[in-house]
Design a binder for this molecule. Structure first.
Ligand code: ZN
Length: 515
């Protein structure tokens, strides 16, 4: 505790009087003429949003709240822009559903983002999970601008910009906010995307070289430049090192909020699914050319109202989803469990190591059958690419395992089991990486141990996995085809839609209810 002596108090008092007097004289100096030179610019920045209606049973996130926040910020400053730094068209359980015989594939997201009056986005890696025609359709449906500095369309052997409503996507954008005198400044905005996802129809130019080149092209035409980035944190840092003139990197790809200053560049990211948003308030003095950036991390929760137009768009899509889920026997809004710690299902982790979400799912699969020795699942079946926090609803289970599908018990030799597990190790970094129960361990000297015992190649084992892992379609697991491999025997599942064996999501829901 701090104790003030009298002398300390008096010196503070004198200082206070002095500061007040000084502040008074400062404010009379920074009169209207100075503040009229100042251009105010606000970016409302979100990143990695897969859910239109929020997460944790709607407690956090929701585009209608983001839209309302933009409306309020517009009252504070007419130069306000809503931006999303990539990853929004996929994954989502809504996107996997079919409407009029066609997969929704992010159409719900564009519709809701249009309603929320999104201003600018850049591509994230997940946009290119969709098929070529789906990506082209989604861009065309959008009323907002896509800034694509280093991301291009590859068609008929030619690298060209993607187009939106007949116009090429820009490699940079210039906005011209005004000060109270009506004088404008020019602010450059770039959009940089990681090269992580490489489908045939997409080509990237180098993130760092491109940023440098585009910046040099616009430097003389702008007062300052910022960027939307969809990169890993260390890549943002590298970018700021190579183009230190960039004032602000509004990032994505990492799913947890962060803010760093690299040299004179500020880099910030909000939490995934708009659990939070960053509000960047920029003030630029046109006379002194001084730029100040004040970044506030804002929780998107019940303290913010729902903007009605966006809310109606979300409800329309949720109705479509609910009707499909009800037919399948799910009740999306039902709360089934309260998590004591976050459930980790981010792809960057679950595709290369065992996580607690993986363990929970395989335990649920094992409990759906009476005599299972070990349950195994390819991590690619888990499509949340996020953490689950707090209340788990049936909808959370649906979005964690959007493909659903049957689970099977089967018998096979230890020899096949070892090949299966080794293939999973080989698939590290991709969806073929396996999640399994904690009773299985790998020992560098002894090999695979089940309940502490070395797996015996000659013994038969009773295992559980899902339909995809028994289809032989997984990378390095062609031999795991239950239809062609004679060593996969005693295959059991259920067609009864009430049975947890009939759908992996039902198995998880039943298991969570029993915890
Ligand atoms: Zn990403």
């Amino acid at each position: 505790m701090k104790i003030f002596s009298f002398s300390n108090f008096s010196s503070h008092f004198v200082l206070l009087i002095f500061l007040l007097a000084f502040a008074g004289c400062r404010s009379s100096q920074t009169s209207s003429s100075d503040s009229e030179d100042i251009v105010k610019l606000t970016f409302l920045h979100i990143n990695d949003v897969y859910e239109i209606a929020g997460v944790s049973g709607g407690k956090y996130g929701n585009f209608a709240r983001v839209a309302q926040l933009k409306k309020e910020l517009l009252k504070e400053n007419p130069n306000t822009y809503l931006i999303l730094s990539g990853d929004f068209l996929n994954p989502s359980v809504l996107g996997t559903l079919k409407l009029n015989g066609k997969r929704i594939s992010g159409e719900q997201m564009i519709d809701v983002m249009n309603a929320a009056k999104m201003d600018f986005v850049t591509f994230g890696n997940h946009e290119f999970d969709l098929k070529e025609n789906e990506v082209l359709e989604r861009i065309n449906e959008s009323d907002f601008e896509w800034i694509a500095s280093n991301t291009f369309y590859y068609k008929d052997g030619k690298i060209q910009p993607f187009t939106r409503k007949g116009k090429k996507l820009p490699t940079y954008l210039t906005i011209e906010p005004k000060n109270p005198k009506g004088e404008s400044i020019k602010v450059g905005i770039l959009g940089i995307t990681t090269q992580y996802n490489q489908p045939d129809f997409v080509r990237y130019t180098d993130e760092y070289e491109t940023t440098k080149n585009v910046y040099q092209e616009i430097e003389s035409k702008t007062d300052f430049t910022v960027a939307l980035t969809h990169l890993l944190e260390n890549e943002d840092e590298k970018l700021a090192g190579i183009v230190p003139q960039l004032k602000l990197l509004m990032g994505g790809h990492d799913h947890e909020n962060m803010k760093f200053t690299y040299g004179k560049t500020i880099m910030a990211k909000a939490d995934a699914n708009a659990r939070t948003a960053y509000i960047h308030r920029l003030t630029y003095n046109k006379k002194t050319k001084e730029l100040k950036i004040d970044s506030e991390l804002k929780s998107i929760d019940s303290s913010i109202d729902y903007e009605p137009i966006t809310k109606a768009a979300i409800e329309k899509w949720n109705k479509i989803a609910d009707s499909v889920f009800n037919v399948q026997g799910f009740n999306p809004d039902r709360e089934i469990y309260k998590l004591k710690e976050p459930l980790e299902a981010r792809e960057s982790l679950i595709r290369s190591q065992q996580t607690n979400a993986g363990t929970l799912i395989v335990n649920a699969m094992a409990s759906a059958f009476p005599n299972t020795e070990l349950a195994i699942l390819g991590s690619g079946s888990v499509r949340l690419d996020d953490q689950l926090i707090g209340i788990v609803t049936e909808y959370d289970v649906l979005r964690m395992l959007p493909f659903g599908g049957k689970i099977y018990q089967f018998t096979t030799s230890g020899d096949i089991l070892i090949q299966y597990l080794d293939a999973g190790t080989k698939n590290k970094g991709s969806g073929g990486y396996l999640q399994y129960q904690e009773k299985l361990k790998f020992d560098a000297e002894k090999g695979w141990l089940l309940d502490g015992q070395k797996i015996n190649p000659k013994r038969q084992y009773t295992l559980v996995t899902n339909d995809y892992n028994l289809s032989g379609r997984e990378t390095n697991m062609e031999f795991m085809n239950m239809k062609t491999n004679k060593e996969i025997t005693n295959v059991i599942s259920s067609d009864d839609s009430k049975s947890p064996q009939s759908d992996i999501r039902k198995a998880v829901i039943v298991y969570l209810e029993q915890l």
